[in-house]
Ligand binder design. Structure first.
Ligand SMILES: Nc1ncnc2c1ncn2[C@@H]1O[C@H](COP(=O)(O)OP(=O)(O)OP(=O)(O)O)[C@@H](O)[C@H]1O
Ligand SMILES: [Mg+2]
Length: 250
């Protein structure tokens, strides 16, 4: 579904007039199959979110290419509905002046705008709320009336509403407390099976990645260090991945 081929990305380093650049993604290549749950883990600053933005087409690679079903990501022919996203900072990813219903409707209406679909969309909101484990009464609530876990569920409902076959989650559960993290992970697992969704799950939490992902990519300093199946995590080869694992087990 997604073919990443020798992608490079750098950012300007230093002040306004500095010519120095920091290479953040270094010749990264990999493939992602539809329906797969791929974890991207690595230390803070190793380039996970930058890679995520490149995959979403929010930023462009300097060199190399990212093809989504044969079309260049971010290009004119790229399908917009293929990957949706849920980010860590749920408070800013949701409009504070929108009710839960309006927030979800916005996603649904971006697919179908005519009047009859709008009526159908109304009914779909109920189903989506149910799917993400939110009470129907949440419909009329504003974000400030909800808990962090509830808002993140609304963000997931919106991502599901786009009907994209893949959802990219960048530290989407990191700001939640551990019991709510577990609930959201269980929810993602359920949605994966029911809606046949695939995920690209960016996190620094190997345990969360192991819980939900089929395959885990270890990133280090802008490069791919190693791929490993989640059920063979203890067989990692590189010292970096071993060290990351040990920190969890210890
Ligand atoms: N827009 C930008 N402009 C300049 N530098 C940036 C920009 N975005 C990221 N960087 C730099 O690129 C490097 C990688 O950042 P990135 O956010 O991708 O890391 P990360 O792996 O997601 O880290 P974290 O786990 O802390 O979220 C960092 O050194 C960061 O300072
Ligand atoms: Mg990040």
């Amino acid at each position: 579904m997604l073919i990443v081929d020798r992608v490079d990305k750098s950012y300007k380093k230093g002040g306004l007039f500095s010519r120095e650049r920091q290479q953040v993604i270094k010749t990264v290549s990999f493939q992602y199959e539809q329906g797969e749950c791929l974890g991207i883990v690595g230390e803070s600053g190793c380039g996970k979110s930058t890679l995520g933005r490149l995959l979403l087409g929010i930023e462009k690679p300097e060199r190399g290419s990212i093809l989504l079903k044969g079309n260049r990501v971010g290009g004119k022919r790229a399908g917009r509905r293929e990957i949706s996203a849920v980010f860590q900072d749920y408070t800013s990813s949701i409009n504070p002046y929108f009710t839960v219903e309006q927030a979800i409707m916005e996603s649904l209406n971006s697919l179908n705008r005519d009047a009859s679909s709008r009526r159908e969309n109304h009914a779909k909101v109920d189903r989506l709320l149910q799917n993400v484990g939110l009470d129907p009464h949440c419909r009329t609530k504003y974000p400030h009336e909800l808990s962090g876990g509830q808002i993140q569920r609304v963000c997931i409902a919106r991502a599901v509403a786009t009907e994209a076959p893949c959802i990219l989650l960048d530290e989407a559960i990191s700001s939640l407390d551990s019991s709510v993290q577990m609930q959201v992970l269980e929810l993602l697992k359920k949605l994966k099976e029911v809606n046949k969704l695939g995920y690209i799950f960016i996190t620094h939490d190997i345990q969360a990645a192991a819980f939900i992902c089929d395959r885990i990519m270890f990133m280090r300093d802008g490069q791919i260090e190693e791929f490993v199946s989640s059920n063979q995590l203890t067989n990692v080869q590189s010292p970096y991945a071993k060290k990351m694992l040990q920190m969890v087990i210890a």
